[in-house]
Design a protein. Sequence first.
Lengths: 275, 99
Amino acid sequence: MESSEAADRLKLLGTVRERSRGLRPARGYSVFMLWSAVLIAAYVALFLFSFGGLFSVDTGEAGYTPMYLLLTPVLLFSGLAGGARERFGVRTTPSAWRWIGYGTGMAGFLVLAVLSLTSIAYPWWLNVVVPLILLVAGATGPLIALIGTKGEGSDRWEAVPLSTPVRVMTGVMGLPLGILLATSTARLAALISAVVVMVMCIVVLLCMRAPFGLTRVGHEWSPLHWCGFGASAAVGYAGALLISLGVWSTAAAIVTGILAVLIMAAVAFLPRRGH
Amino acid sequence: MAHPRHELDAAFLTPVRFSLMAALGRRTEVDFGTLRDLLEADDSSMSKAISHLEQAGYVKATKGYAGNRPRTWITATSKGTAAFARHVAALRAITDTEE
């Protein structure tokens, strides 16, 4: 290769690098990844605090464990998240440090979960450390990206009306949690609903690529819908916590069950078509 | 001492393949359409470039869907990043040698 040709290639390198300077994940992607990290860390924290010996797992009035209330949003999220990531043209791949942090956190969670479920005692502060490791591992990258792109608003994650299959699926997304919550104080109904809900989740996960599947749903959702899902999951998580604390009643079960359903039913119709 | 041209990697000798590696940052996945528009290339030359670099192990193409439409994300592998860095160093050495 001649020197002039080499120089031309180096000039091309400079030009392409200058153009690709703006090639970075949209702020919406970073917000989504941050939200995901918070959801997972919250799930792990609540699971460990519910089953880690600090609270009783099975309370007087609620003959039902909160495990399914914690697990259901995470199962649904696993399908939704794939679809959400596919709407972004530029994404980041995790760094080695993130894999190490995440692996450490998940290994810690598994160990503590086994210890909890087999009633083997361990220092309570590990229930704080493990979720914190997961939160730091998952949230650091997106936070840095958000700070680095502060003030940039040209790539807003706009909300558009959902397609009909996705709208229907969104509207019923709160049903699993609603059923689990509403039946949590009746032992037999709770057992039956747990089985029904898990079967529902499995069927939905198997139909991921269908027009109503979780991948498509996650792809179409805007921050508004994700907030609704987060709120519905928070109702479920709060229910799980209250059951573990022994402050639960049939009235609370029914009210929170209806709330979990109504939240998703409401956001399914936003934004409205024609607006 | 060997001439630095021997350090050039044949995988990066075409402008499209060279530009593609230059555009891909560390740990960034970029979809096909975004890269094509950035490099002002056509679908055919982009596909061929990606295929060639993928066979060399320098990029990884991940297929997915954006709604109903298939979509491909491309990311540079660590092997590709290192190889491209050596290629650029060789280019600089060539320009330095013959000045």
